[in-house]
Design a protein around this ligand. Structure first.
Ligand code: UDP
Length: 457
């Protein structure tokens, strides 16, 4: 029997690749043929297969390599991908024997829909960020929220009402650089053909963001299918699904696990600001001294490009208490029994990972969608505390210490831990067989097969 073949196209950033590759694995486990596209600039060329998911490459420069403005880069990216996608769809028909029937594209690339239509294919848009954040951008797209901001609260978020400081940074207008207006346009454009796509996937699950999911679903049908965490950490339905598989950075494999093994249960603060956030030197120093003041063990991911901002000699001076690495196997770290708290930038993947593994958080949002995620961590799910910034928008060492102590040892830490356990169970239920996300994936598989066979329009 001919298999229905789906082509998955993630935007080339770590936080977008991970969820879409995981989603691909789920689709393949349910019987679809799945091929994922990566971009050659990402030095991932050695991959042609990731478990059951095929991997193909489109030749394309990264923004860093191109050295042009974001607007110009995005135009160039769109032109290249549009052209190459057509060739790829034709090639895959010959090489795999199964013609592509559907394009699943990152919602940051809404123009893929046009290519799908020209090729007579069905199409699904995949939103990698939270439904609450998507809903904020949707309001802007529909003209219901004007930038610069005029009035709040937003209708979908009751309770809790989102304050201005809880909104994505591009909406708050925190950034002055022209780049950020390009980024605001980019995130709002996710909705440019929202109603036209055949399916909308969101990397969340119904009960996690009930209000926002229901609100967005009242605008058009959506399928929450998350969280997209390797199966071994959740439902174990997929054999061999232990890691994401496509890392843009090289993890420090040596030493991390041994170091964690040597620490007591729940005694380590894991600190990471993800793959993109760049912190100021002053902020790095405050974090460093805050960690020291907390007296806790810490494992801190400082990317190679950020290392020069560490106070001089900090790594050596604190080597008894802390280990600094340039990239980690984050899931393995979060799953380690020694880790008692995750000081995070609240990237959506990191947030979902901590929720899935029941790790309490110190929320220290930096930019983009992170303030909104931080709001949910502290005030909706109650699985952590959010740092406060001072007038210079810096989180001081005293504040870092206060927040760590609150999550690690205060009376409230018991409540936070209990809630973290509760959410861990709810995540599992959503992705396990018959759970809300699992059902939505099943439904899609049935529908895409029927569409490809011409059974439904
Ligand atoms: N990650 C990792 N090692 C690290 C830091 C991050 O493997 O040292 C992974 C993390 O597990 C997550 C992704 O990188 O899946 C980061 O995505 P997120 O949405 O949290 O943040 P972004 O990098 O997009 O800001």
């Amino acid at each position: 029997m001919s298999k229905s073949h789906v082509l998955v196209i993630p935007y080339p950033a770590q936080g977008h690749i991970n969820p879409m590759i995981q989603f691909s694995k789920r689709l393949a486990s349910k019987g679809l043929q799945v091929t994922a596209v990566i971009f050659s600039s990402q030095a991932l060329l050695e991959h042609t297969q990731l478990g059951s998911v095929g991997v193909v490459t489109i030749d394309c420069q990264s923004h860093e390599e191109a050295k042009i403005s974001i607007d110009d880069y995005l135009k160039q990216f769109q032109a290249t991908v549009t052209l190459k996608l057509r060739e790829l769809v034709a090639e895959l028909k010959n090489s795999s024997g199964y013609p592509i029937c559907c394009l699943v594209y990152d919602s940051l690339m809404p123009w893929v829909l046009e290519t799908a239509r020209q090729l007579g294919l069905s199409a699904a848009s995949f939103f990698t960020q939270s439904c609450a954040v998507d809903t904020v951008y949707y309001h802007i797209h529909e003209g219901q929220l004007k930038i610069p901001l005029e009035k709040l609260p937003l209708t979908f978020s009751r309770p809790p009402a989102l304050e201005i400081t809880d909104l994505p940074s591009f909406v708050q207008g925190l950034e002055s650089k022209s780049e950020y207006s390009s980024l605001l346009n980019l995130v709002v454009s996710q909705f440019s053909n929202f109603r036209e796509a055949d399916w909308i996937f969101v990397n969340t699950f119904n009960t996690l963001e009930e209000e926002a999911v229901n609100w967005l679903a009242s605008q058009r049908s959506i399928k929450p299918i998350g969280p997209t965490i390797p199966s071994v950490y959740l439902d174990r339905q997929l054999e061999d699904d232990r890691e994401y598989g496509l890392s843009l950075f090289k993890p420090n494999l040596y030493g991390c696990k041994e170091w964690l093994d040597s620490k007591e249960t729940g005694s380590v603060v894991y600190v990471s600001y993800g793959s993109m956030a760049a912190l100021g030197e002053e902020q790095m120093a405050e974090i460093a001294w805050g960690l020291k003041r907390s007296g806790c063990y810490f494992l801190w991911v400082v990317r190679e490009s950020e290392k020069k901002k560490l106070p001089s000699n900090f790594a050596e001076e604190s080597s008894e208490k802390g280990l600094i690495v340039t990239w980690s196997q984050q899931l393995e770290v979060l799953a380690h029994k020694s880790v008692g708290c995750f000081m995070t930038h609240c990237g959506w993947n990191s947030t979902l990972e901590a929720l899935s593994l029941g790790v309490p958080m110190v929320a220290m949002p930096q930019w983009t969608d992170q303030p909104t995620n931080a709001k949910y961590i502290a005030d909706v799910w109650h699985v952590g505390v959010r740092v406060e910034v001072n007038q210079k928008r810096i989180v001081t060492k005293e504040e870092v210490e206060r927040c760590i102590r609150e999550v690690m040892e205060s009376e409230r830490s018991n409540v936070i831990r209990k809630n973290s356990d509760k959410w861990k169970k709810l995540v599992k239920m959503a992705v396990d067989e018959g759970g809300s996300s699992d059902k939505n994936i099943e439904e899609f598989v049935t529908e895409v097969v029927c569409k490809s066979k011409g059974i439904i329009e």
